[in-house]
Design a protein. Structure first.
Length: 116
């Protein structure tokens, strides 16, 4: 997918297509992944479209902090008390397939190391 095209995540953020939303505020939205890779797999996206982590600038620092705090809030909300993993894929070699910045919250099982 091109980095300059609209994405499914942008459409979810604008409520043009449905999603199983677990959290929303004025800056971010969190929803269950339709292809979960763990018993709990939730995506946190900014409502502002940013294609990938490599595209953020210094003025985005507050938004990035907000996304991490949102991930923590959502993990607490869904009961991931034994731990969880936060993943941000960046670019094709990083495994990014949707070019709208997003954080994966993965939990509900023991995670392996190294990942990938």
């Amino acid at each position: 997918m091109s980095e300059t095209t609209d994405t499914i995540f942008g459409k979810i953020a604008r409520k043009e297509i449905p999603a199983d939303i677990v959290y929303e505020d004025n800056l971010a939205i969190a929803f269950k992944d339709v292809n979960p890779q763990a018993p709990v797999h939730i995506l946190v996206i900014p409502k502002q479209p940013i294609a990938k982590l490599a595209d953020v600038e210094s003025q985005d620092h507050a938004l990035l902090g907000h996304l991490l705090l949102t991930a923590k809030r959502v993990a607490d909300q869904v009961g991931l008390t034994n731990g969880y993993r936060i993943v941000i894929n960046n670019g094709p070699e990083g495994g990014q397939t949707v070019y709208h910045l997003h954080l994966h919250i993965l939990g509900g099982r023991q995670m392996g190391w190294p990942p990938g």
